[in-house]
Design a binder for this molecule. Structure first.
Ligand code: MG
Length: 432
């Protein structure tokens, strides 16, 4: 010891570290799947309750064609696995739940995981007093541009439909047109189609790929010559045509400068994407049916698509989607999350919070929920001026009126809840 040690300063001692000094311990006390169909579409929403009555979360687990399988996965398997856990541990709960079934992936298990994952993000936002987009890193835009759905039985009707949306402020419009005598995806049947005329997607009629691929370029030629070039136009092939016909169609449409052409191939045919890229610069959106990262990672890494179009509950929720979006950013791929009526308002809110935060946002598909759904789900994101807007409440910002939800039970599972069959003229069933 030096002689003058008594004059040395006191050694530094770090104060005891408390990771969350403001937050008392919270535990998961219940996990349940709520089934409701306020607009006639079967929706499944997971609610996670805690020992703090006001701290609960909601997550979308809607697999509308097989909803009861998801309910079983949530209530029989995830609920006993999660009771007693700390809801703050979102990542560890996702990872442990993911491997707890040993066999994993697929729409049933992913939707169950999504219900839990979104509910935990909702809880964390409420505990922090912040909207979820703040937890992700904050806003980079004020709202999310939406695309509208125009359709008609002929070019004139589709033109009128596109004009209608342009007049109400939409800048992005998807255009789908019926093929006479055929059961076409996303378009009204012609008035001559008989008693089902005027309904969407008359599926009892046959469908032929060549009749369709001959029709679509005529539609876009008409639209560019009438509504002009300022509106962004989109189109969905919906995986219905043989891959080489999809490539041919994408080449023909190149001159009309689509914002994107969606799902040219089915997930089983994704090895055609390199051939597509060598043939045309039409922007491609893909992924509505993806459930496994082995399907989408190569398409993003090799820059073979322009928009990732997954249904967030089908890839297991916000945790997976935020990683996917960050991965896409490095490869110039933009987000275009699937957002039809069979995503619950809670799922639409999850889409929106990611849209607000992700720099590489591309476009959002929106759905105008009817009054019944908006009453069952207070806080459903608002749509105006061609955009979707966040209500700025903590968490995802959407609640559920469980008593009202119970007044809208699932409709009969007609055709076993299935997407109705689409067949060619010779009777061969095709992907829908
Ligand atoms: Mg689609």
């Amino acid at each position: 010891m030096p002689e003058n040690s008594a004059n040395w300063p006191e050694p530094f001692v770090a104060p005891a570290w408390d990771p969350c000094p403001a937050l008392p311990p919270v535990r998961i006390t219940n996990v349940k799947a709520i089934c409701t169909a306020p607009d006639g579409i079967r929706l499944v929403v997971v609610k996670i309750e805690t020992n703090e009555p006001e701290i609960y979360g909601l997550g979308c687990a809607t697999f509308t064609q097989r909803p009861l399988t998801v309910v079983t996965a949530v209530e029989e398997y995830l609920k006993p696995f999660l009771i007693g856990r700390d809801p703050d541990d979102i990542e560890d709960i996702y990872q442990t739940s993911f491997v707890s079934s040993y066999w994993r992936s697929g729409p049933v298990l992913n939707n169950a995981l999504s219900g839990v994952d979104m509910a935990l993000w909702d809880i964390k936002g409420k505990r922090a007093g912040m909207p979820v987009y703040q937890l992700l890193g904050g806003k980079v835009r004020k709202g999310a541009w939406l695309y509208a759905h125009a359709s008609g039985s002929d070019v004139k009707e589709v033109e009128e439909s596109v004009r209608h949306y342009m007049e109400q402020g939409d800048r992005y419009v998807r255009a789908q047109m019926a093929v006479p005598g055929m059961s076409t995806y996303g378009a009204k049947a012609p008035a001559s189609a008989g008693k089902s005329a005027g309904t969407l997607d008359v599926r009892q009629q046959p469908w032929e790929p060549t009749a369709y691929t001959a029709t679509v370029p005529k539609l876009f030629d008409h639209l560019r010559n009438t509504v002009g070039w300022e509106v962004e136009l989109l189109h969905d092939i919906h995986e219905r045509v043989p891959p080489i016909q999809a490539i041919n169609l994408a080449k023909e449409l190149e001159q009309y400068k689509l914002f994107f052409l969606e799902d040219p191939f089915s997930p089983e045919d994704i090895d055609y994407f390199p051939l597509m890229r060598q043939q045309t610069s039409t922007p491609i959106a893909m992924g509505e049916l993806f459930v496994n990262q082995a399907e989408y990672v190569p398409l993003i890494r090799d820059r073979l698509i322009d928009f990732i179009r997954v249904h967030i509950s089908d890839i297991a929720g916000i945790s997976m989607a935020r990683k996917m979006a960050a991965f896409c950013e490095f490869f110039g791929v933009r987000t275009a999350w699937h957002g039809p009526g069979d995503v619950s308002p809670v799922g639409h809110a999850a889409n929106l919070h990611l849209d607000l935060n992700c720099y590489n946002f591309g476009i959002q598909e929106g759905h105008e929920f009817k009054q019944n759904t908006r009453e069952v789900f207070p806080g459903t994101p608002e749509i105006r001026d061609g955009m979707m807007w966040c209500n700025e409440k903590p968490g995802l910002g959407v609640d559920i009126d469980e008593e009202l939800a119970a007044k809208f039970p699932f409709p009969d599972h007609a055709l076993n809840g299935a997407w109705p069959q689409v067949r060619r003229l010779d009777g061969t069933v095709i992907k829908p």
